[in-house]
Design a protein around this ligand. Structure first.
Ligand code: M6R
Length: 374
């Protein structure tokens, strides 16, 4: 039930702090006499195989594919395990090279909110047919993917009804961050002190996310200003490159405005030609990002061409206030957790714009919640 909320999507955006708590509940042990620990019931017997895998191959579609891209950064940076991300729809059609050697195997990880996406399910089935271990990360309990994988993790984000995925995305990244930390600790890539610090940061996310909602009025006002734009560009780097893709997908699918997400440095390889005063550019520019100064240069390049910039940065950063049309501030967190917060204003922006344009927010045209056909 959507209760007092106008749309399921809005309810689900605002439910995210609680969804994240539920994703982490019972899986994190911190404090007390024993060392800090993250546990995933279904994966415990597989930790040695996961930690020594040659590659983890993530397969997913749409928003889940964006979460997988964040997962690639997380697991490579924090655990030093090689990850590749595939569109589930492409994976099985190109005869992928998959290793089965003991102690140096490829493991397929399928990610899906519904657990019913035809291509993602087929990727898991394809892997298993080849003797490859398939792990599922899904939200819907008892879904086809949950049943047809060797082991898995449930998101516990609660039912997601709006076609546009919101809380499942942040729950997926939270799960992947936990997996990355667990693998990193297991492999000795992170020390116990670092692990404890990162886990503490993870646990602080729900409260920090709630702080973003305090800026709802500003995001609403900004949405009013841009609601008639025909095109949007979203730019981000590193952990937030997939967030740029996700922001653009959210806007297109529910407001029918054309939007493109890019790795910011790619702008000068083509999209910069599109920039004029009618082109809003959303730049995800947290100072925790190692390439923050380069993102600032991208902002200057957009401004020099008359474009209007909406920046997402941390609350203690005033660098961008004078130059950008709008600056949405998110609480400061370690770089690897910033996607979980940075996506929230983008979800709200697309929600308000779609609603102001009179679009059917929860059931956009031509789209279904679960894509069960190829
Ligand atoms: O249920 P899944 O996560 O497998 O769904 C994958 C995509 O169909 C889904 O994320 C789609 O892109 C959403 N409508 C995006 O908001």
């Amino acid at each position: 039930q959507k209760g007092a909320y106008k749309h399921f999507m809005l309810k689900e955006i605002l439910e995210q702090p609680e969804a994240l708590r539920n994703t982490m509940r019972g899986r994190i042990r911190l404090g007390g006499a024993s060392p800090p620990e993250i546990r995933f019931g279904g994966l415990e017997p597989l930790m040695e195989r996961l930690a020594s895998a040659r590659r983890l191959v993530f397969c997913a579609c749409g928003t889940s594919w964006h979460a997988a891209l964040v997962g690639e950064y997380l697991i490579e940076q924090l655990a030093g395990v090689n990850v590749e991300v595939e569109y589930a729809s492409e994976f099985r059609y190109r005869n992928p090279i998959l290793a089965r050697t003991d102690g140096c195997e490829d493991i397929v990880v399928v990610i899906s909110q519904s657990g019913e996406t035809a291509d993602t399910l087929a990727a898991a089935q394809f892997a298993r047919k080849k003797g490859i271990l398939a792990i599922g990360i899904c939200n819907v309990v008892g879904s086809s993917i949950a049943r047809e994988t060797d082991a898995g993790i449930y998101l516990h984000a609660g039912p997601e009804i709006g076609v546009a995925s919101t809380k499942a995305f942040t729950a997926q990244i939270t799960c992947l961050a936990m997996l990355a930390l667990k693998l990193g600790r297991y492999r000795g890539a992170i020390s116990e002190e670092q692990f404890e610090e990162h886990v503490t940061a993870l646990l602080s996310l729900p409260a920090k996310m709630a702080e973003i909602f305090a800026q709802s009025d500003k995001i609403y006002e900004m949405s009013r200003v841009y609601r008639y734009a025909h095109n949007f560009l979203y730019l981000g780097r590193g952990y937030n490159f997939p967030v740029a893709l996700e922001g653009a997908l959210k806007l297109k699918e529910i407001s029918y405005i054309h939007a493109e997400g890019y790795a910011a440095a790619e702008m000068k390889h083509g999209p910069i030609a599109l920039i004029d005063r009618f082109m809003p550019v959303v730049v995800i520019a947290p100072t925790s990002d190692a390439t923050y100064e380069k993102l600032r240069s991208n902002i200057q390049e957009v401004l020099a061409r008359g474009g209007s910039v909406i920046a997402i940065t941390e609350s203690d950063n005033d660098d961008l206030d004078a130059e950008c049309e709008y600056v949405i501030k998110i609480p400061k967190v370690a770089d690897f957790l910033s996607p979980i917060l940075a996506v929230v204003p983008l979800q709200l922006l697309s929600y308000h714009i779609a609603d102001m344009r009179g679009c059917n927010v929860d059931q956009p045209r031509n789209l279904a919640k679960s894509v069960t056909v190829e």
